[in-house]
Each structure stands twice: as C-alpha cells, then as structure tokens.
Design a protein around this ligand. Structure first.
Ligand SMILES: *Cc1c(COP(=O)(O)O)cnc(C)c1O
Length: 425
C-alpha cells in the first residue's frame, strides 16, 4: 500500500511501513496514551479551511464552523485562531465556543428546537444571528428578545426542497424533513418576522444535507434561495446576508466530492450571473473541515474465525465510532504497521453487546491480536457523538501539530462516568 491509497488527506500517511499523522508515528501515541485514541492533524484542518478561503478570496464571505461535527475545545481554538466563526445548535455548544475564546458576534445559532433559556443566553452573548426554523420559533424568539429590550437578528432557514443525493438520515432539505421552513411558506414567514417587535431580519439560510458529493444539489438550492431573496426584497424586506449551510462531503472510500474552492467557483459564477455576487455570503461547513483530519487508533483484542464470517474484535466500538451503526457508514481500516503476511477477510467489530456494533464489514487485513489498526476519516461525527454505552469511557484525543502532539482530552474513567449519580439511602 502506498500513501496515495489512503483517503482524504496527505497528512495521514505511511512512512516506510508505519502510519504517521504529520510527523508523529501513531504507534508511539498509542503506546503513550492507550487505545482507543483519536488523533487529529491540525494541518489537515487548516488545509481544508484554506480551500474554502481560496474559494472566497476577494468576496464578502465568512465561514462558520458547524461544531457538532467535532466540538472539542482545542479544535474550536484552532478554528477560532484561523478566523472562523461558529455555527452552534445548542446552549451547550454556545458555552464551548465562548470557552474556546470566540466572541458572541462570531456565532450563529441553528436548530429546530431552541429553548427560551438557550435563546436568552445567546442574546446576552450578543450572537451574530439566529437561524430560525419555524414560524412558532419566530414568535417565541421575539418575545424573549423583547423581554430583554433587544431585537434578535434573524435569518430564516428555508427548505429549498432539493434532493442532496445522500443518505436519507443526513438529508435535511426535502419536503418531508423536520428542518427549515417550506419554500412555499417562506414569504409569509418573512412578513411575519418583519412585523414582530423583537426581531430584526438580517438574512436567509439553507442547509440541504450532509456528505454531499456533487455540485448539482448546491446549484439547485442556490437558484431556489435566490428566487426567494428576490421575492422577499420585492416586499421591502432587505436580506443582508445569504447563508448556504454546510454539507460538503469528504472521502471515506471512493467518493470524489468537489474541492471546496471548485464548488465555490461554480456557485459564485451563478451568484454573479444573477447579480448577487457582491452580497455578504456565509457558509456553515462541519464534516469537510475536520472529517479527514482525524483517525481512531484501536488495538486488535481477538481474532475469532467462524463458518460464515471471521471476526476481528478491536477495543474501539460503536460508542466511540457510531457512524457505521447509525448510518451504515464506511470508514477505511488500516494497520499501523504494514505487513507482508497474506490478508484474511474479517468483519471488524467492537466489544459492545449489540449486533449493530460493527466498524467495518468484509475487510482484508493481515493482523494479529495486540497489533494496532487505524480507523480513518474519523475526525467528524465520531468523538462528538461518542457515548458511555456499556460503561465505556470515551477515548482520549491528541492533536498533532508537525512533530508535536498535544493531549486535548484525557480518557474518561469510571469515576468521571458516575460522578453525577447517586446511590439510594
Ligand atoms: C450539521 C449542520 C451543518 C454542517 O453540516 P456538515 O455536513 O457537517 O458540513 C451546517 N448547518 C447546519 C444547520 C447543520 O445542522
């Protein structure tokens, strides 16, 4: 296997027979910090961000990292220092972003179920904008803001009803989705927003899905959103920013998503053609900034040959890497040290007591118990979705920067897990 055979980023690569993240040998990190262990490349994140920045060069544009993809504080710091804003979906994420050193004005707040308390806290923090997802939410937000003597800045998340051509669980811009305001209702919702005393209309947004690997759904959504902007402004409601959401896919296996700068060349050409190229543009990428930057290192515990299947049982499980169980997602799995031994086909599974606890099916691997594997493209929607199911502590995390490795989260122990629990008297 050569470096070119690994998906996604040159910052995770073989040097000789051994797997490295940037200048750091993964086996050394596993020895020092144990497994399962998440390891991230800072350079891979910054290079993913740079592709967007190139795409927007010379434009009025701002990138808001959607931190639900990976919300570890040090990762937020990396993006804050690089000038990113943040797209949050909960009050908890608000506190994380502030703890990482960002300002309220760097934050936009998405999500279908914001509570009054979350709204109040976000208003007190002075966030840049609320992305509102229903007419009922408009009323509540107006009340909360008026109660604080404020006018909440709002953008309405409209549902352009385009098919993102991705997994149904991660498509969000279709008629049957819980997200956003239906295209046909959007004008009415904008009139209502403009009339409410506690609101100030500032923008429009959409987010059609995740792991999108084609340009066409974005182009379709863009046309539909611009049609709405024209209709809303014709009613005397100015739209000062247009936010196209996130959703750009990454390489897990053999996908070929457009590079961020290429995607934006195409979208900007359409924006220019329709006369909107000089507007304030915003985007909310999550997965595409961090997904390929991370790996999860695991140890092989047992090999269990069977009549129909051979199992390779590792010490990482669905609680650490939930995407296969949740979406039947694919992650490449590779050895930390390549070997010349003949590979065997295994289902790679974790120790959790669920048949859904699998990490990869029908993988050819030449491994022995005690050896180490890396689950690739594990930077997004892994650690941020990790749980304590089976009373498994969540893994430690390490951020690599060149030849340096920083522990950014310690492994959880049982004491951490039971800290808030109480025995009966
Ligand atoms: C999840 C989410 C994003 C980021 O999606 P990715 O696919 O990770 O880029 C952006 N905006 C909203 C509203 C989201 O819910």
């Amino acid at each position: 296997m050569s470096a070119a055979a690994l998906p996604g980023t040159p910052f995770v690569h073989y040097r000789g027979e051994e797997l490295f993240v940037e200048e750091v040998r993964l086996a050394d990190l596993a020895r020092a910090h144990g497994t399962p262990l998440f390891v991230y490349s800072r350079a891979a994140m910054l290079s993913a961000l740079a592709a967007y920045q190139r795409g927007f060069a010379g434009r009025k544009a701002r990138i808001f990292y959607a931190l639900k993809a990976n919300s570890s504080l040090a990762i937020l710091q990396v993006f804050a220092r690089a000038g990113c804003g943040f797209d949050i979906v909960s009050g908890g994420e608000l506190e994380r972003v502030l703890a990482a050193g960002a300002k309220g004005s760097d934050i936009i707040f998405s999500g279908v179920g914001k509570t009054r308390r979350e709204m109040q806290r976000a208003l007190e923090a002075g966030i840049h904008c609320f992305n509102v997802e229903s007419e009922a939410e408009l009323e509540v937000l107006s009340e909360v803001a008026a109660g604080l003597g404020q006018k909440a800045p709002v953008s309405l998340r409209v549902n352009p009803d385009v098919n993102p051509l991705t997994h149904p669980y991660i498509s969000t811009g279709l008629k049957g989705n819980k997200f956003g305001i239906a295209h046909k209702d959007a004008l009415r919702a904008y009139r209502r927003a403009a009339a409410l005393p506690g609101l100030r209309v500032v923008g429009i947004d959409c987010h059609i899905g995740s792991q999108i690997t084609q340009v066409s759904p974005y182009l379709d959504a863009l046309e539909r959103v611009l049609d709405l902007v024209a209709a809303i402004e014709a009613e005397g409601i100015p739209i000062s920013h247009i936010d196209f959401g996130g959703g750009l896919g990454i390489v897990y296996n053999s996908e070929s998503p457009p590079a961020a700068d290429v995607l934006w060349q195409r979208l900007l050409a359409r924006l220019d053609a329709r006369g909107y190229g000089d507007r304030q543009l915003m985007i909310e990428p999550g997965r595409s900034l961090v997904g390929n930057a991370g790996v999860c290192v695991a140890e092989v515990l047992y090999l269990k040959p069977g009549e129909q299947k051979n199992f390779c049982i590792i010490d990482a499980a669905m609680n650490d890497l939930p995407r296969p169980a949740m979406y039947e997602a694919f992650h490449q799995i590779v050895p930390l040290k390549q070997s010349a031994t003949k590979p065997v086909t295994y289902d790679v599974v974790g120790p959790v007591c669920e048949s859904g606890d699998w990490i990869g099916r029908d993988r050819k691997l030449a491994v022995q118990p005690g050896e180490l594997l890396a689950v690739l493209s594990a930077g997004a929607y892994c650690m941020s979705m990790a749980s304590n199911y089976n009373t498994r502590g969540r893994p430690a995390e390490v951020l690599v920067d060149g030849a340096q490795a920083h522990v950014i989260r310690e492994r959880e122990d049982v004491a951490d897990q039971v800290r808030k629990e109480k025995l009966l008297p």
